[in-house]
Write a protein that binds this ligand. Structure first.
Ligand code: ZN
Length: 240
């Protein structure tokens, strides 16, 4: 026991000498990653679609360049969101793919994004209801459908064949995009990426058909945009 304590003390002393400063200061220096000195916590309510898009563009630029901001996850912030309610500035429909987490790739924090994640970013009545809730009830000024490169759901649909369980229900929603992509004559990876892009367009069309969304659009309350996340660069490319 005594020996273990001495070992810990020796390690601590070595670290102390190594950083050449007080233990507290050394901990702060090593614990704060570069570019994370600014703690991000949005307090204003965003009502402009253009401002909402710009926040996503700026956040993605930070993410892709490795300069993400520190986030406020404190109890003060959490309680503030309980007391004042949530006012997410964007509704994001996105694939479940673990490499495409919206909060991270748009560098946003608690209370910022209302996210609907489903394999293949498809829209069924359940997903549509969530989008409508974000627009009608939470008053988000921006709705985006975010596709991504090398989507497994799209790739599996292009490959075809039997799908176990309920996976086929996802493929059935993606099939029209694949059929349309095939008419352009593209093959291989190009066919997969073309199908993914058309699948985003189909999801946008499904959302546009909602009377609630139509009403919000006609009142200029929201904008509805498509985008695609590129796995290698970390950048989101906007369709419109
Ligand atoms: Zn995917």
């Amino acid at each position: 026991m005594k020996r273990n304590f001495s070992l810990v003390a020796t390690v601590l002393l070595s670290l102390f000498l190594l950083v050449g400063c007080s233990p507290t200061k050394g901990t702060q220096t090593t614990a704060a990653p570069l570019g994370a000195q600014v703690t991000y916590s949005r307090t204003e309510v965003i009502t402009s679609s253009d401002q909402a898009k710009q926040l996503l563009v700026d956040g993605n630029t930070r993410f892709a360049s490795g300069k993400i901001l520190a986030k406020d996850f404190s109890s003060t912030r959490r309680n503030d969101l309980i007391k004042n309610g949530q006012h997410p500035f964007a509704v994001v429909v996105c694939c479940s793919d673990s490499r495409v987490p919206p909060e991270e790739l748009f560098d946003q924090a608690l209370g910022d994004l209302f996210i609907i994640r489903v394999a293949g970013n498809v829209i069924t009545p359940v997903e549509l209801g969530s989008v409508e809730y974000g627009v009608e009830h939470l008053k988000s000024p921006l709705v985006i459908v975010l596709g991504h490169e090398k989507c497994g759901a799209v790739t599996a649909t292009v490959a075809g064949g039997e799908m176990p369980g309920s996976i086929g229900a996802i493929a059935n929603k993606i099939k029209p995009a694949v059929a349309k992509a095939k008419t352009t004559g593209v093959k291989g990876d190009e066919l997969i990426e073309k199908s993914a892009d058309l699948n985003v367009q189909n999801a946008l069309a499904d959302i546009s058909n909602s009377p609630i969304i139509k009403h919000a659009k006609s009142n200029n309350q929201i904008k509805l945009l498509g985008a695609k996340y590129h796995l290698d660069t970390g950048l989101v490319h906007w369709f419109n």
